[in-house]
Every structure is written in structure tokens, then in C-alpha cells.
Design a protein around this ligand. Structure first.
Ligand code: IMP
Length: 205
């Protein structure tokens, strides 16, 4: 934060690294943080490391990624990690959502396994949770966003990514994959966590 205040006094927008190269996430973060911070990607700082995501929680993984950039590259940084938590599966796939069907599986593989495991199950309750970890100077902060919903029995829609075609947020007749991106971002787990980050950064400057 001290760095940011110094930069603010010089009239420059502070730079902060989002520990990702996912273009979709970068675009979303840049839109939410516009005018507040200048968001750099990992490739912008020449970081091509395969950052390990070995923590048992999404908080832990987000912190590993943000700390990695701060410790190895010296930039203030934030990182996100997301999980889909399904009630009837005791919270699975949770922190393992990306590799639910195996180390190199596709989103379609993950959805197929999810629908197979929920076959015949009436309890379709689930939630998406995102944690954004921020490392600024010597301080660390965590922002959480969640959206409750339910898992469909089959695919609905083609937009979005990941588990979107089988996730219906609560009180919605549309799946995430049937929504316009702005409508999804307005209620999504990641949108909620990113807006908390944005409020924090704008009020702290
Ligand atoms: P990550 O932490 O963003 O890499 O996400 C972990 C897993 O959750 C991946 O399998 C993603 O495809 C999935 N995921 C994350 N966010 C969303 C979302 O908004 N919709 C659907 N799936 C998502």
C-alpha cells in the first residue's frame, strides 16, 4: 500500500500483477479495476513459471500464486482460485475442480464425471467460491465471493467456460452458459470477489 501511495502522489496509476495469463480473467479484472490500478499479466513481467497449486484450499492456492510474484519478481500482486462445491458430494470437487476427472482433463470430462456422480441424486445444491489473495508490500489480504445454485441434469447453453453449462445460479432460469457475460459477472463468485478487491484498492489509495 505504501508503494501505491507513493505512486499516487506522483500522479501515476500504480501497477499490480494479476498472477494469471487467462485472457478472459485479465479482461474482466481490467474492466473492474479500470482507473484504480494498471493490471499486468504474468507474461507482461516475463514470468513463465509453472506456479504450483499444491495447497489443500482455494485460499492457500491463491496465496501461493500472489506470494510467488511478490517474492520472485518484486511486484505487488493478486491471484484468484475458484472451486465448485457440491453438497451431495461433501463439497467435491472443491479445490480440485480443475482436475476433477484427472490431471489433463477437459471441462467436458469434468462435467461428465460430475453428472455421473450425481446420477439419481435429488440434492443438486452447489456453490461456486472464489478467493482473491492480494499481496501488497509486506501485507496480505483475502477477498471472497460466492454464488449458490444447483447442478443441472444436462448441458444448457454454450457461453462461458468450465462448469457453466450445468450451473444454474439461485433464482435464475438461465444457466451461467446461457447468460450474457455482464449478467454473469454481476452475480458470479469471481465478480463478487473482484469487486471487493476493487473497493479495497480504491479506498486505500
Ligand atoms: P480456476 O481457479 O479459475 O482455475 O478454476 C478452477 C476450476 O473451476 C476450473 O475447472 C474452472 O473451469 C472452474 N471454474 C472457475 N470459474 C468458473 C466459472 O465462472 N464458471 C464455470 N467454471 C468455473
Amino acid at each position: 500500500m505504501e508503494n501505491m501511495q507513493k505512486q499516487e502522489q506522483t500522479g501515476k496509476i500504480p501497477k499490480i500483477v494479476f498472477a494469471t495469463n487467462n485472457p478472459h480473467k485479465l479482461e474482466e479484472a481490467r474492466a473492474i479495476l479500470k482507473g484504480c490500478v494498471d493490471v499486468l499479466s504474468l507474461s507482461d513481467i516475463n514470468c513463465h513459471d509453472d506456479i504450483p497449486e499444491t495447497a489443500p484450499t482455494i485460499e492457500g492456492n491463491a496465496l501461493i500464486k500472489a506470494r510467488w510474484v511478490k517474492e520472485k519478481y518484486g511486484f505487488d500482486s493478486f491471484a484468484d482460485d475458484t472451486g465448485l462445491f457440491v453438497e451431495a458430494l461433501d463439497g467435491a470437487p472443491g479445490v480440485y475442480s480443475a482436475r476433477f476427472a484427472g490431471p489433463h482433463c477437459s471441462p467436458a470430462d469434468n462435467i461428465a464425471l460430475l453428472l455421473e456422480k450425481l446420477h439419481g441424486e435429488d440434492n443438486r445444491n452447489a456453490k461456486f467460491a472464489t478467493v482473491v489473495a492480494l499481496v501488497i508490500g509486506s501485507k496480505e489480504f483475502i477477498f471472497k465471493g460466492e454464488v449458490e445454485g444447483r447442478i443441472a441434469h444436462e448441458y444448457h447453453g454454450k457461453a462461458g467456460f468450465g462448469y457453466d453449462p450445468v450451473f444454474f445460479p439461485e433464482n435464475s432460469s438461465l444457466s451461467f452458459a446461457e447468460m450474457a457475460p455482464d449478467d454473469k459477472n454481476a452475480i458470479s463468485h469471481r465478480g463478487r470477489a473482484m469487486r471487493k478487491l476493487s473497493h479495497f484498492l480504491s479506498s486505500g489509495l
